[in-house]
Write a protein that binds this ligand. Structure first.
Ligand code: C2E
Ligand code: CA
Ligand code: CA
Length: 406
């Protein structure tokens, strides 16, 4: 290949030439021009010379440590996508994926060896949809503080709602409010792309706005006879804010609850646990859900200091329920914990409705996931609420992915 030839779309690195050759063929079949390397130094040189859109990295790359390689890839300023290829324990692959995210790499996921063409096609969904934001691709900060300020002051935020279903009846039981930014030129932008860039003040303004929009939608649904509980994501800072309760509309007894979702990690915030927040939330009639449960390091005795009415099992455990016995053990343990505490256990990230029976057997009470219904605009919730056993019905009816969600 000479320098004037176009850059390959994908570069593959794997110590096993057979694996690399098969994968290259598969990628070519999916329309991606591919080169493969057996040594990381050669791969890095190629990435720097002419950055491809995709780097596929085998986790066993001979003498080199793949995680160190991810760091070098990030240090090189690479802005394309990264897909991991793993023949090692899923736990290790997950750590590698998380390191990639932390380093700011655009991780497409992790494929188990031997690779199957349908899985590869599925993983490449983002890449093929051309989801790389132009600025991101050029290595510039995604949005300036000023742009984010404008988004908040010009009311460019909108909410999509992802249905949650009661597992036993299949009925719509709740919705989770998920914020999106309707950017004037870039279209709908998902929260992962802009929430981490918000200042503390901007984050507080966002919560205020989300609460206002979501409660207005919930009131409209209620007037139409659809009464799902409303879950809103908040930060530890929001929970400790003295004016949180003033942002919450008074709900007559019997109205569906307003649930504040806080991540397991944030729930362990020392100041939060030591404050009067728990008492205030209870008195204000609010419920607390511990989100992404299972990936943090919470101590259960400390968690009890919050008035928790729900645990949401992190989706990373739910997604591979059938393949990974360790994941199944964690989901079952969380469900048991929930039952003993007398609270709801929501399995989120249900992509395959085939795992519903297993989730029910484990004792999960509620489910949420792309395989059942994707996040949708407020009006669409009325339709889901009006259908009996909408859990099964809406899995067939849900449309294309919205926002940044893959
Ligand atoms: P989260 O609270 O864990 O919300 C669930 C995320 O998982 C949503 O992504 C949802 O679209 C996605 N999801 C749902 N089912 C599936 C599935 O089956 N498979 C997969 N792969 N993903 C699924 P989204 O909307 O992009 O939100 C990402 C995160 O942004 C949320 O994660 C939450 O932490 C944060 N977020 C969203 N809205 C708000 C908000 O209004 N305020 C705050 N503070 N954070 C928010
Ligand atoms: Ca959540
Ligand atoms: Ca979650």
């Amino acid at each position: 290949m000479n320098d004037s030839s176009p850059a390959p779309v994908a570069l593959v690195l794997d110590a096993d030439p057979d694996v690399a050759a098969v994968l290259s063929l598969q990628l070519e079949r999916l329309g991606l021009e591919t080169r493969y390397h057996q040594r990381s130094a050669a791969l890095l040189a190629a990435v720097v010379a002419r950055p491809p859109r995709l780097v596929v990295l085998g986790l066993e790359v001979g003498s080199e440590d793949a995680i160190a390689l991810l760091r070098r890839l990030a240090d090189s300023g690479y802005r394309g996508w990264v897909l991991l290829l793993s023949g090692v324990e899923r736990k290790i692959a997950r750590i590698a994926e998380r390191v990639g995210h932390t380093l700011g790499l655009q991780m497409l996921g992790c494929l188990d060896k031997p690779m199957r063409l349908p899985d590869l096609r599925h993983c490449l969904g983002n890449l093929r949809a051309g989801c790389v934001a132009p600025r991101e691709a050029r290595g510039e900060p995604l949005f300036t503080g000023e742009e984010l300020d404008q988004a908040l002051s010009r009311d460019e935020l909108t909410i999509h709602y992802q249905p949650q279903f009661e597992l036993s009846s299949g009925r719509l039981s709740g919705v989770e409010a998920l914020v999106r930014w309707v950017h004037p030129t870039l279209g709908i932008i998902g929260p992962a792309r802009f929430l981490p860039l918000l200042s503390r003040d901007q984050a507080r303004r966002l919560t205020r706005r989300v609460l206002a929009l979501a409660q207005a939608d919930a009131a409209r649904w209620l007037r139409e006879g659809v009464a799902p509980s409303l879950s809103v994501n908040v930060t530890a800072d929001d929970l400790m804010s003295p004016d949180l309760l003033s942002l919450v509309c008074r709900r007559p007894p019997g109205d569906p609850p307003l649930v504040l979702e806080i991540t397991e990690t944030a729930a362990m915030h020392d100041e939060l646990l030591g404050s009067e927040v728990a008492a205030r939330l209870c008195l204000g009639g609010l419920e607390v859900s511990v989100d992404d449960f299972g990936i943090g390091f919470s101590s259960l005795s400390r968690l009890q200091l919050l008035p928790i009415s729900e645990l949401k099992v992190d989706r990373s455990f739910v997604q591979h329920l059938h393949e990974a016995s360790q994941d199944a053990a964690i989901v079952e343990a969380v469900a048991l914990l929930g039952r003993r505490l007398g609270i709801r256990v929501v399995a989120e990230g249900v992509e395959d409705p085939a795992c519903l029976a297993l989730l029910e057997r484990f004792g999960c009470t509620h489910v949420q996931g792309y395989g059942l219904a994707r996040p949708m605009p407020a009006e669409a919730i009325l339709e889901v609420g009006a259908t009996q056993d909408s859990m099964r019905a809406s899995s067939a009816a849900s449309g294309a992915p919205l926002g940044s969600t893959p």
